[in-house]
Design a protein around this ligand. Structure first.
Ligand code: SAM
Length: 337
């Protein structure tokens, strides 16, 4: 194994795998208002196909896997998938991103199966607003899920919030305050031009610096270096238990440190979230390709990984670019967030 290096000296060792395009929430900024035509079941990768891809990828140097969706916990036998991935010795970090609705039900089983940790997406702490954003779901389930994940040892728990101007930006301080007494990593993620055209507008975007300035009014933040910090920049309030992270895909590209490939639920390998380029692994697998060929395709995806994306929020052409990226056929739930 020589490791996967792309054309820009980046080591690619992380695969985010979307196992379904289905979701049990209808978040207003993620799902197009008319809903989505689900991908036919036969087009979704089977667990054995996913496991085969991971086995081939680890031989090339992938050592971190994140399971995502859609909502990964709505797919049947998710615990079995985690058990099987855990058997692959080379995987050093196995995590899952969830909206938390089913987490209370699954936390213990996932931990027993070998899941290392979870990220939970949560965009409001107010029951009424949570219901509005998610189109009708109960925040109590998510809060119970987070507690269950903590008890099960799926830590550190990262809570991802997308602040959107005029929708939930007044809650940033409430989220930040959680770090005083809990060990959560509260991460603010910039709103990106994906998903619902109804909601996306450049004015709704809030750069991380603006959020950080608001948070700093509560007290000084000290930069902290965490193991496996990924693209987030982390800070801590004096005496706080948890940390605050900022993920700034638009205002502060972290492309030069990008170490990931994304596998969509229908079997396409995406070298970059912002690029339409996809390498079709499913067709290869289903037409009987040997492991060598799968390896070649993974290497190809790495070879075509772009240096970076060019979306900058101040750009004159922003509106045009953003509009072209808000194709309702490709929200995050399709690509794998
Ligand atoms: N269902 C899982 C969850 O809720 O975490 C995984 C999939 S979801 C698509 C992954 C993440 O994408 C969520 O944290 C969601 O907030 C984020 N997301 C969706 N659309 C986004 C957008 N336009 N900008 C920024 N983040 C977005």
């Amino acid at each position: 194994m020589n490791g996967l290096r792309d054309g820009f000296e980046r080591t690619i060792d992380y695969m985010r795998i979307s196992i379904t395009d289905r979701c049990n929430l209808r978040c207003v900024y993620c799902m197009p208002p008319g809903g989505m035509q689900p991908i036919a079941h036969r087009e979704i990768l089977r667990y054995e196909e996913i496991i085969r891809i991971i086995r081939v990828a680890v031989r090339l140097g992938v050592s971190k896997v994140r399971i995502t969706g859609g909502e990964p916990l709505v797919r049947k036998n998710i615990v079995y998938l985690i058990q099987q991935i855990k058997k692959i010795e080379e995987i050093q970090d196995l995590s899952l991103t969830t909206n938390g609705i089913l987490l209370n039900q699954y936390a213990d089983k996932l931990a027993e199966a070998g899941l290392d940790r979870v990220n939970v997406s949560l965009d409001s702490l107010h029951p009424g607003r949570f219901r509005e954003i998610t189109k009708g779901r109960d925040i109590a389930l998510v809060l119970k899920g987070i507690e269950a994940a903590e008890r099960a040892g799926l830590v550190p728990i990262k809570i991802n919030m997308v602040p959107i101007r005029g929708i939930n930006d007044d809650e940033v301080l409430d989220f930040a305050r959680l770090t005083f007494h809990s060990s959560y990593q509260i991460r603010f993620i910039e709103f990106m031009p994906f998903g619902s055209q109804e909601i996306w507008r450049p004015e709704r975007f809030i750069p991380s610096d603006e959020i950080r300035t608001a948070v700093e009014k509560m007290g000084p933040l000290t930069a902290v270096k965490l193991r496996r910090s990924g693209p987030a920049r982390y800070f801590r309030f004096d005496g706080a238990v948890g940390v605050i992270g900022f993920i700034s895909p638009l205002s502060n590209h972290f492309c030069s440190e990008c170490n990931r490939l994304r596998l969509t639920s229908d079997g396409k390998l995406r070298p970059c979230l912002f690029s339409e380029t996809e390498i079709d692994l499913k067709t290869a697998i289903r037409s009987g390709a040997p492991d060598d060929e799968i390896q070649r395709l993974i290497r190809l995806a790495v070879a075509v990984k772009p240096k970076g994306h060019n979306i900058k929020i101040q750009d004159e052409e922003l509106r045009t670019i953003m509009q072209s990226k808000t194709d309702p056929a490709r929200p995050m739930s399709r690509i794998g967030g």
